[in-house]
Design a protein around this ligand. Structure first.
Ligand SMILES: [Cu+2]
Length: 512
C-alpha cells in the first residue's frame, strides 16, 4: 500500500505539519467514500481535534485479528458466576517489533470477554494492582448504584472490591471499562476495556452465525511513541493532579492507528459464508462511518440485528454504519456475496489516510452455511411518548470549568453534589438532548432508551431498538424515551467522548 507508507512518512517526519498533510491527502487516499457521507457531517474534524501523529510506522493488514479469550468463572453456584479481574500493567505486542506497556484487566487489551446468562448474577472480584485508582463501569448494565462504577467510587492501588451484576436484562453486547473521575480518557486509552456479552434463550434460538463465526470487534484508535509506547497528550502524564489534555486535543484525542481487538489494522481469513460481528467503538473520541470496500453486489452489506440494548425487532440493512464512542452494533456480513480470493476492507468513510481503513477480511475458502437472518428477530416493546411522566432537557456545550476550557451539561460542570434529575423508579421519561458546536455521544447509565425524534423529525438510520448511547451531531436535537428500571440510587449521564467527560461533561441523576 504505497499510499499508507506516504501517509506515515508525512506523519512521522513533520510533526504537526505532517498532520495537516495527512488530512489534506485524505481525498485521494480514501476508501469507499461518497454515498451518504454528507448526512451527518462525517470527517474527523467534528469528532475531535487533531489527529495525534505516531512516531512508528505500522503496515496495515499484516497481523491476524486476535479474539479476546473468554474468562472462566472461578466458581459457579445455582444463581451466580464468580470471576476475578486483576488490573495491572503488562507488556503487549501491538506494534510489530516493539513492546508496549498497557494497563489491562488481567494484563490484556482488550480485557478477557465475560459471557453471562441473562438473569444469572455475575460477581467480579476486582483487584487494582495499577499505580492509580480505578472505577469500573459495566456499560449497558442494569446495575445497582453501588456496583455501577460511579466515578468517585474508586478502588485504590493495592485494594480490591466486588462488583455485583444482576444482569436481569436482555441478551446484548455490554462492555466494561474504567470510569475514574477526571482520568477516564487516559486510563481507557492505556487499555482498561473489555467485552461483557449477555446471552439468553432468544439469542440461542435464532439461526444466526455462531461459534467461531460470531466475533466481537473492539475498535479503538491509538498513537504510539518511537519506542512503541502508547502516546496520550495528558496535561499531567502522572494522572495524579490536573486532568485534561493539551489544548490542541481538547475536543477529543484521535489516534492515527486503528486497532481492532488491540491489533493494528488486522486481517481475518473468512469462508464465503455469513459471520456475526459485535462491533464496539471503544475509541475515546473517534466516530467511524464503516463501509465494506468493495461493497457486495446489491449493497446493504451490514445487516444489523442488534444495537446497544440487544436484538432489534427486525434486521436493518446498511451500506454505511456510523458508530460513535460507546455504541455497539451487532451485524451479520454475508461473505458468500464475494468470490473466493476477494479482499474486503472494512473502511472508515469518516477517516482520512490511515484512519480511512479499519481491518481487512480475506475470503479464502468456500463453506457450508446453515445460518440465516430471520425477518423477525425479537419482540421489542415500543415505548410511546404518552408513557412519559416527565420531560427534561439537557444541553451539551462548551463552558468554563474550574476557570479554564471545559464542557458542560445545562451550563454545569460535573459536581458530585449537583443532581440534574430525579426520575421515579419504574417510569418512562422523555429526555431531549441538544448539542452545540461539536458532536457528543450521550450515554445514560442504568436507563435504556428508544429514540423518538431527531431534529424534530424521524429517528435516524442507526437509532433502531433499545440504546444506551446516542450520537448527537453538531447543533442537533434529539428526543428519547428512557426507562428507569431495576434500581434506585445515584447514576451519571455523560458525554462518551472521554476527553469531554474528563473535562466535566457529566451530570448526576438519582432514581427515587
Ligand atoms: Cu461531548
Amino acid at each position: 500500500m504505497p499510499t499508507s507508507r506516504r501517509t506515515f512518512l508525512l506523519a512521522t517526519g513533520a510533526g504537526l505539519a505532517g498532520v495537516v498533510a495527512l488530512r489534506s491527502c485524505g481525498g485521494t487516499d480514501q476508501i469507499g467514500g461518497g454515498g451518504d457521507h454528507g448526512d451527518r457531517g462525517g470527517g474527523e474534524a467534528d469528532t475531535g481535534g487533531r489527529v495525534l501523529p505516531s512516531k512508528v510506522k505500522v503496515e496495515p493488514f499484516k497481523v491476524p485479528l486476535p479474539v479476546p479469550p473468554v474468562l472462566r468463572p472461578d466458581r459457579s453456584d445455582a444463581s451466580s458466576d464468580h470471576y476475578t479481574l486483576v488490573q495491572h500493567t503488562a507488556k503487549a505486542q501491538i506494534v510489530p517489533g516493539h513492546s508496549t506497556e498497557i494497563w489491562g484487566f488481567n494484563g490484556t487489551f482488550p480485557g478477557p470477554t465475560i459471557e453471562s446468562r441473562s438473569g444469572r448474577r455475575a460477581v467480579v472480584h476486582l483487584r487494582n494492582e495499577l499505580p492509580r485508582p480505578t472505577a469500573t463501569h459495566l456499560h449497558g448494565g442494569i446495575t445497582p448504584a453501588d456496583s455501577d462504577g460511579y466515578p468517585l467510587d474508586v478502588v485504590r492501588p493495592g485494594a480490591g472490591r466486588d462488583y455485583t451484576y444482576p444482569l436481569d436484562q436482555r441478551a446484548a453486547t455490554l462492555w466494561y471499562h474504567d470510569h475514574r473521575m477526571d482520568f477516564t480518557g487516559p486510563q481507557v486509552y492505556m487499555g482498561l476495556a473489555g467485552f461483557h456479552i449477555v446471552r439468553d434463550d432468544e439469542d440461542d434460538a435464532l439461526p444466526l452465525p455462531d461459534g467461531d463465526r460470531e466475533i466481537p470487534l473492539m475498535l479503538a484508535d491509538r498513537s504510539f511513541g518511537a519506542d512503541g509506547s502508547l502516546h496520550y497528550p495528558s496535561l499531567d502524564p502522572s494522572l495524579r493532579g490536573r486532568p485534561g489534555v493539551l489544548s490542541d486535543y481538547a475536543d477529543g484525542v484521535l489516534g492515527d492507528t486503528i486497532l481492532v481487538n488491540g491489533a493494528p489494522w488486522p486481517f481475518l481469513e473468512v469462508a464465503a459464508v455469513r459471520y456475526r460481528f459485535r462491533l464496539l467503538n471503544a475509541s475515546n473520541a473517534r466516530v467511524y462511518r464503516l463501509r465494506l470496500s468493495p461493497a457486495p453486489a446489491g449493497g446493504g452489506g451490514f445487516v444489523q440485528v442488534g444495537g446497544d440494548g440487544g436484538f432489534l425487532a427486525a434486521p436493518v440493512r446498511h451500506d454505511t454504519l456510523a458508530v460513535a464512542p460507546g455504541e455497539r452494533f451487532d451485524v451479520v456480513i454475508d461473505f458468500s456475496k464475494y468470490r473466493v480470493g476477494t479482499e474486503v476492507t472494512l473502511a472508515n468513510a469518516a477517516g482520512s489516510g490511515g484512519t480511512s481503513r479499519v481491518m481487512r477480511f480475506r475470503v479464502v475458502r468456500g463453506g457450508r452455511d446453515d445460518s440465516s437472518v430471520p425477518a423477525r428477530l425479537s419482540d421489542v416493546e415500543q415505548l410511546s411518548a404518552g408513557q412519559a411522566v416527565a420531560h427534561r432537557q439537557f444541553t451539551f456545550k462548551r463552558g468554563k470549568v474550574h476557570g479554564g476550557h471545559g464542557f458542560t451539561i445545562n451550563d454545569k460542570a460535573f459536581s458530585p453534589d449537583t443532581v440534574l434529575a430525579r426520575p421515579k423508579l419504574g417510569t418512562v421519561e422523555l429526555w431531549e438532548f441538544r448539542a452545540s458546536a461539536t458532536t457528543h455521544p450521550v450515554h445514560i447509565h442504568l436507563g435504556h432508551f428508544q429514540v423518538l425524534a431527531r431534529k424534530g423529525g424521524k429517528p435516524g438510520p442507526y437509532d433502531s431498538g433499545w440504546k444506551d448511547t446516542l450520537d448527537l451531531d453538531q447543533g442537533e436535537r434529539a428526543r428519547v424515551l428512557v426507562r428507569f428500571t431495576g434500581h434506585r440510587g445515584r447514576y451519571v449521564l455523560h458525554c462518551h467522548n472521554l476527553e469531554h467527560e474528563d473535562m466535566a461533561m457529566m451530570g448526576n441523576f438519582e432514581v427515587v
